[in-house]
Every structure is written in structure tokens, then in C-alpha cells.
Design a protein around this ligand. Structure first.
Ligand code: SAH
Length: 411
């Protein structure tokens, strides 16, 4: 089944009234950062703050030279987030600017021919929407405006999303803690239509229920979609999905022919949802969901001499800050080492890290160390990342946070 075509339900061209535009002046250092392709201007590089409230402002260099348009966040350490060059037409105060950006983002997703009903439409800075996320779950959309400047275009974006996609409902999942750095409240608000508690999503041949109001992220981990599909090719024998959340890797492994899939999560609610999702796919007898701490489980399985043909490790971000890296790296190594030891000869490990602070070279160093300690001959079959609907811009390192690898224990 193809993803429903994007509908243009009305051709409404909004116009803006011309009003004096607030201005921000930044240092040469701040301007140099922008010229290297990174859109953030920190507070220390702000020479003159706009007197106005947060929102869209015009940006100028130390001598008044025009540098374009930006979101202005008075309370944040990231004062300005660059949007577009000065000569862009129409400019960001005009709703048509947002319509055009949205159409670009949608055209890119259409080009990906995604075989699923849930995917990311807007991936913040990587799509030219700084601090803004939009995820699509079938007929429903979830929007996040995570900075004070972005918050000011929330209603314009809602309007344009309705115009472009005719969703049944739009939810603002504005509860992430990062909003407090912007002096914004943490809230979940219905912006348009209605949004049910659970929305059924099809991903390849698997179906699952996404929790838009209160699930993690905007309701599901859409960034792993392509990896879940890729892991199907490894499915056989006994499989383990060690940080399963709602059991999506487990569902795909079961559907693709594993005889038995053990799905673990430390959250009882996640395990209940994994069981529901397994039943929904007629896989209740194949997926065995357990509430357990993965660290303890892996050690206990080794102690009893268990073996697995496939193991999936998709833990939460262990390194939330740079300072947490040493401990986090040790934790990543522990689960990867135990998993390599648990693999049957020829078995595969899919392993991921979504910690931004653990960069690709750190991830590979950690895996190399786990491989060495395992004493096994291990083949690197693939290096992977986040799904293509979560694009990466190399000059904005924060856009690339998910790293993954597929390893095989040769004998
Ligand atoms: N693989 C999932 C997403 C996993 S998110 C998907 O594709 O949708 C990480 C999960 O790890 C969360 O559900 C969290 O509850 C769980 N978790 C965190 N610490 C854990 C631990 N020590 N043992 C087992 N599960 C844990």
C-alpha cells in the first residue's frame, strides 16, 4: 500500500502586512559561524538584542551588513537561529515563506517512497526549520516548537500543515524538557481537529499502535524505521530485542521468520504495549515480552549458556551530556560485549546509539574494544544511521545523532 498522496486542499495564499522588522546585531565571530553553515548564534555573540518579544527578526553583522533572517529567543543561550538569507522572497514574516519550506520538506519525503504511514516530515535545522519537528502518523500530525522564536510561528505552521496535508488532527507535543531553557511551558495541546490516544501505523508489513499523546518522542521511534526493515533480513532462529519499547524490532523479526523473539524492556507499560502489538500482528506466540533490566538479563543469559542468532540493542541515550561520556561508553561496551558473547556462530548483532555526544569515531572505538574483549572473530556487515526522513546536514553536527552497526560473529 502506498503512502497516501499529499493533498493540496485549498490554494490559499496568505499575505503579510508590512510592519517594521525587529533587528539583531551579531559579532564577527557569530557571523563567521553562520558562514560555515551552522545556524546558531550564541548569546555571547549578540551585540545588540532586538527590543521585541521572541519571533522572526532581521539579522545584521557588526557593521550593520544584512545577514538574513532568524528566530530570536531572548531567554536562551542560543539567542538566534538563522532561517534564510536577507534576499529570500517571500521573507519569513510572510506565511508563504513557511508554505514554501514545507513543500520542499514534503517533496523530499515523497522522493523517498517510504513504505510506512508514519515518518518525519520536518527534521528541524536539517530541513531549514530550526527547533521545529513535524511527524506524520497517517491522518494525524505531531508538531514540536522547541524554541521561543519557533513558538511564534506555531499557528502559521498549523495553518499551512492543514492546507497542505488535510490532517484529521494536529497535536503539539511540546513537553520536552528543552523548552524550559527557552522559558516556555511544557505542554501537550490539541491544535487542530482531534487526535486519538492510539493511532495504528503500518510499517512495511507490520502494524503497531503509536502513542501520540504520551508515548516517547512524538509517539514512536521513527528514526529507526529503516533499521527495523533492514534487520528483517537477519531474522532466524532465536532473537532478542533487548530495549524493545513497544516491540517494533521484535515484531519485524517475528514477521520475517524468527522462531522465537524475546523482547525486553524495563518499563511495564512498554511490555504491555509490546504484547498488544504482537497480538495485533498475529505474533503473540512468537514474541515473548519480559519486563527486565537488559544489563542483568544479558549477564544471566550468559551464565546459563544461552545463545541467540540475532540480537538487537537499541538503548536510550546513555550520554545525555558530554560529561556523562566515560560512564556511558562503559555501559555501551558492557551490553555490546555481553551480546557478542551471546551470539551463536554466524549470529548477528544490530547495535545502535542515539547519544549525540558519542560521535561516530567514539561509537566505533567502543565497538572495537567490545569485539576485542569478546575474543570472537567479528565482521562489520554494515554501518547505519537514522532513517533518511531524518536528514543530516554535515555542517550542523547536531542533526546526526543516531549511529548503528550490524556485526556478525563469524564462528
Ligand atoms: N527499539 C525501540 C526503541 C527503544 S527506546 C523502537 O524501535 O521503537 C529505549 C527503551 O529502553 C525504552 O523503552 C526504555 O524503557 C528501555 N530501557 C531503558 N533502560 C533499560 C534497561 N536498563 N533495561 C531494559 N530496558 C531499558
Amino acid at each position: 500500500m502506498a503512502v497516501p498522496a499529499l493533498l493540496h486542499c485549498a490554494a490559499v495564499a496568505s499575505t503579510s502586512e508590512s510592519q517594521p522588522v525587529p533587528r539583531a546585531r551579531i559579532s564577527a565571530h557569530g557571523a563567521a559561524r553562520l558562514s560555515h553553515g551552522h545556524p546558531w548564534v550564541y548569546r555571547g555573540d549578540l551585540l545588540r538584542a532586538p527590543a521585541e518579544e521572541p519571533g522572526v527578526v532581521a539579522l545584521e553583522g557588526p557593521h550593520g551588513e544584512p545577514l538574513g533572517w532568524a528566530f530570536w529567543s531572548p531567554q536562551s543561550q542560543i539567542s538566534l537561529r538563522w532561517l534564510a538569507p536577507a534576499e529570500v522572497d517571500p521573507p519569513p514574516p510572510d506565511p508563504r515563506f513557511w508554505r514554501r519550506r514545507l513543500e520542499e520538506a514534503l517533496a523530499y519525503r515523497q522522493s523517498l517512497e517510504i513504505d510506512a504511514t508514519a515518518y518525519r516530515i520536518v527534521h528541524a535545522e536539517a530541513d531549514g526549520f530550526p527547533s521545529i519537528i513535524v511527524d506524520r502518523y497517517g491522518d494525524y500530525l505531531v508538531l514540536q516548537t522547541l524554541s521561543a522564536g519557533a513558538e511564534r510561528v506555531r499557528d502559521v505552521l498549523t495553518h499551512e500543515l492543514v492546507e497542505c496535508l488535510c490532517p484529521n488532527g494536529i497535536l503539539a507535543r511540546n513537553d520536552p524538557p528543552v523548552r524550559t531553557h527557552e522559558a516556555l511551558s511544557r505542554e501537550v495541546v490539541l491544535l487542530h481537529g482531534e487526535v486519538p490516544k492510539g493511532v495504528e501505523v503500518r510499517e512495511g508489513s507490520a502494524r503497531y499502535l503509536a502513542a501520540l499523546w504520551d508515548g516517547q518522542k512524538t509517539g514512536a521511534f521513527l528514526d529507526q524505521r529503516e533499521n527495523r526493515i533492514a534487520v528483517r533480513a537477519l531474522a532466524r532462529g532465536r532473537a532478542l530485542d533487548a530495549f524493545c519499547y513497544h516491540g517494533l524490532f521484535a515484531l519485524h523479526l517475528a514477521a520475517a521468520g524468527a522462531d522465537e523473539v524475546v523482547a525486553l524492556d524495563s518499563s511495564a507499560a512498554a511490555i504491555a504495549r509490546t504484547r498488544e502489538n504482537a497480538e495485533r500482528n498475529g505474533m503473540g506466540a512468537v514474541v515473548r515480552a519480559h519486563e527486565a533490566n537488559a544489563f542483568d538479563f544479558l549477564r544471566a543469559e550468559l551464565a546459563r549458556g544461552a545463545r541467540y542468532d540475532v540480537i538487537v540493542l537499541d538503548p536510550p541515550a546513555f550520554a545525555k551530556t558530554r560529561a556523562a561520556l566515560p560512564r556511558a561508553t562503559a555501559a555501551y561496551k558492557e551490553i555490546n560485549l555481553r551480546s557478542l558473547e551471546l551470539l551463536a556462530p554466524g549470529g548477528h548483532l544490530f547495535t545502535a546509539s542515539c547519544s549525540y555526544h558519542l560521535q561516530v569515531p567514539d561509537f566505533l572505538r567502543m565497538l572495537r574494544s567490545a569485539c576485542a574483549d569478546s575474543g570472537r572473530r567479528v565482521r562489520l556487515c554494515a554501518l547505519r544511521g537514522q532513517a533518511a526522513d531524518h536528514p543530516v546536514v554535515l555542517t550542523i553536527p547536531e542533526t546526526w545523532y543516531l549511529k548503528a552497526a550490524i556485526l556478525q560473529a563469524i564462528d
